[in-house]
Write a protein that binds this ligand. Sequence first.
Ligand code: M6R
Length: 609
Amino acid sequence: MCGIVGYIGEEQAAPVLLEGLKRLEYRGYDSAGVAVYTGSGVQVVKSKGRLSVLEGILHEGEDLPGRVGIGHTRWATHGAPSDVNSHPQVSDGGLFAVVHNGIIENYLELKNHLKRRGVAFASDTDTEVVAQLLEYYYQGDVLDAIRQAIQRVEGSYALGVICAHCPEKVFAVRKDSPLIVGLGQGENFIASDVTAVLSHTRTICRLNDQEIAVLEQDGVRFYDRDLEPIEKTPEQVEWDVAAAEKSGYEHFMLKEIFEQPEALRKTISPRIRDGRVSLDGISLTREQIEGLSRVYIVACGTSYHVGAVAKYAFEKLLRLPIETDVASEFRYRDPVMDERSLVIIISQSGETADTLAALREAKRQGARTLAIVNVVGSTIANEADDVLYTWAGPEIAVASTKAYSTQLAVVYLIALYMAQELEALPPQELKASLKALEALPDQAEQCLSHKETIQYFASQYFNAKDIYFIGRNVDYAASLEASLKLKEISYIHSEAYTAGELKHGPISLIEEGTLVVAICTCRRLFDKMMSNIREVKARGAVVLGITTEDLRERLAQETDCQFCVPATLDFMLPSMSILPLQLFAYYAAGMKGCDIDKPRNLAKSVTVE
Ligand code: M6R
């Protein structure tokens, strides 16, 4: 939620800030703004609407002089999207300009406190409280004002700050919301995501909770919350600029859909060696695996849908009780865990607030935690006992695609690793499973090469009012994700149901011409699915069936059209069946004229509850 960027160097700051914000716009896009030290003071320019509105006002930044500044692109939490609620927020006396990502939970209490002392507020935001607090505490030392302010605020924050009295400095501090410092030659940056600085530098330092950075043109100093100086070791980011650009594709989502085969290769192949799964760096021992009484899989959104598939894979391979939970529910349902529980946390960003809170709750109760994360060095990756990275590269489109595929691959690897350690699978079966896993990248490529079929199908149905996805077992888990993909970017109302549950209520929604997408890749449950398809067809539904080549003929007898995906082991089938349905969502949204990479009301990284 929200993107932050800050710059100090020799270049004109405003164009650099706008360029960085462009790369962060996927994090929030209802308003944007910059604050630059112009020589005579801090000047703020901000506007409701997409970043392009701000770019227009500033003539790409040219109109705003100055070499030191901060910028922000917003996903509104406190106060509607409006000019006045946009960031940067400025203190009453105009001394401080602040950009913020996160939520100040006690902002009302602080606001009332400051109001009683005569401070005038201009906006409805929680962020303004920080700007006002800084000015309230400021006695000539910005660092000390920051120290005092962060002692008072509760909640999560990544903050970029400039002060009219310190024209040669940018300040940054964070808690529970990501912030990095980019180190350049004669220039330095802050950003909520490395993608914002990649075109300038790949050398970064990640701020930990309540660490403060003071950026000057020629160097950066770091302090802890008590203002004791600290040393930080810079790291090199492996992603390059191209990874964060569209590279000729019309949208990031399409690019990322087609990156899936390669991302799968990178995620899977280094982890299979000499016919065995090798999860380097994982400290989970064989004894600990043997001692497990229960596995929890906790995540949000698309990552939760990976957990839905994982449940089937784990139960089949390990015969262990598995619970899959939505993180926002898990954290508040008082789950029962102990040192014999393994909690697998799944998150592309590694920053999702509810998922992070679930991880902390699991640790608090003594459970072992294992995170599947895409963003290296993210908070979840840092805090979990073990982390397995998905090597998907930056995922920019709000709709998650390659993260889903690579998370699934890691889930299969973990399940097979545990089965291998427990000798729960006969060697031949383990070998065959690993072979199937290694085949997934090529199979994905093959599947995606039929994109025109899906494009044509989307052209027939992009005007649908409602679309239902049905399936059983892993096909149901894939239906959940297919339905989310469609609704989030095309705004077509869509639901996923277990096919067997239809007749317990949802079938009343089916009428003449309703589109039902039936995922029927599970051979074992194919006949059951055929019965369910007959039930909806008898009530007027048009049915698109997704299946494997060997089942096509039988499916053709019951459905209006079919799409075949390569066959694989049962529990890996969602890795195939989701591909045409990602494309379907993409093309349907495009044909409806939707803003595919930036769907309404959404943002990529959900760092608030
Ligand atoms: O970064 P995370 O995987 O923790 O994000 C969780 C969800 O917000 C995310 O998967 C969301 O549902 C997708 N962007 C939807 O496509």
